[in-house]
Design a protein around this ligand. Structure first.
Ligand SMILES: NC(=O)c1ccc[n+]([C@@H]2O[C@H](COP(=O)([O-])OP(=O)(O)OC[C@H]3O[C@@H](n4cnc5c(N)ncnc54)[C@H](O)[C@@H]3O)[C@@H](O)[C@H]2O)c1
Length: 280
């Protein structure tokens, strides 16, 4: 499937590739940046907390010299996104992979939202993907094979309590994913969506910490999960990797749910122990 211009050098699934990963200063984005570098990619860690990004980039560069750079960017600001994409191409000479991972959750009932709060969640979670695609498109097209991975959620398919705007934004991401897949296939670009369930990241605890007993709230939620465990950020990063390379050749406009079975059953009581819990 490769052409002369996409011929890879070195080893690893992503050898010779360059990736822009948003929200790479923690959780799933951080794990994806580390995994991508191990697979041979050069990675731009994009986020607002650039000092944190630099520490992670330094850690990656100690293992794989020159593989990572940290770039300051608020993904809801078009000028920031444009600048960070241009800086990625300037630093590494090309761009092949766009991982739209940055996200924000607000836990409150819909009637309590202000218009500005609604806009903030939609801007960070969805409009950012439009900005990133718009400014990455010429580079992805020039690479002759482009990979866009949008991070959705199980909230792309079902509602979850007291997160109406997050749920709306994550549903919208599926529509955007399909539209990009359709309109840009002719340019060699594939676009897919990874939809995680309960993943052990700072965002999960933001969600849980509004409950009187966060650990008990997590245990209660895990009883509805057939495997009985939460995902690690690396579990999700592996699915992002799948869509970012030729392992997923021929796959576009689709989503991959990675949720330890959460959405499989309408009702479920995990009585445990499961073998997955033993390994957790
Ligand atoms: N943790 C879960 O259980 C879970 C489940 C489903 C989907 N997700 C999705 O996974 C993605 C990553 O989240 P995570 O779980 O790793 O949580 P996280 O809080 O560790 O990561 C979110 C990242 O996005 C960044 N971010 C937020 N607003 C930003 C902005 N305006 N500009 C730039 N960066 C910004 C944060 O700084 C952070 O690094 C999100 O899109 C989230 O919705 C997470």
């Amino acid at each position: 499937m490769s052409t002369k211009t996409t011929k890879q050098q070195g080893t690893g699934r992503l050898a010779g590739r360059v990736a822009w990963i948003s929200g790479a200063t923690s959780g799933i984005g951080e794990a994806a940046a580390e995994l991508f570098a191990r697979e041979g990619a050069k990675v731009a860690l994009v986020g607002r907390r650039v000092e944190l990004g630099r520490k992670i980039a330094d850690r990656i560069n100690r293992k794989t010299p020159g593989a990572a750079v940290a770039l300051a960017c608020d993904v809801s600001q078009e000028a920031d996104v444009e600048r960070s994409i241009a800086a990625t191409a300037k630093k590494f000479g090309r761009l092949d992979i766009l991982v739209n991972n940055a996200g924000l959750v607000e836990v409150r009932d819909l009637h309590e939202y202000t218009a500005a709060q609604w806009d903030r969640v939609m801007d960070v979670n969805v409009k950012s993907m439009f900005f990133a695609f718009k400014h990455a498109f010429p580079l992805l097209r020039a690479a002759r094979r482009g990979y866009v991975v949008n991070v959705g959620s199980i909230s792309s398919f079902v509602g979850q309590a007291r997160t109406p705007v997050y749920t709306t934004s994550k549903h919208a991401i599926l529509g955007l994913t399909r539209s990009i897949a359709l309109d840009y296939a002719a340019h060699g670009i594939r676009c897919n969506c990874v939809c995680p369930g309960i993943t052990d990241t700072p965002m999960l605890w933001e969600h849980l910490n509004v409950r009187p007993d966060p650990q008990a709230a997590l245990d209660e939620r895990l009883q509805r999960v057939p495997m009985g465990v939460r995902l690690t950020p690396l579990d999700v990063a592996k699915s992002i990797l799948y869509f970012s390379c030729e392992d997923s050749a021929g796959v576009t406009g689709t989503s991959l749910t990675i949720d330890c079975g959460y959405l499989t059953a309408a009702e479920w009581q995990c009585t445990g122990p499961t073998l997955f819990q033993e390994n957790a």
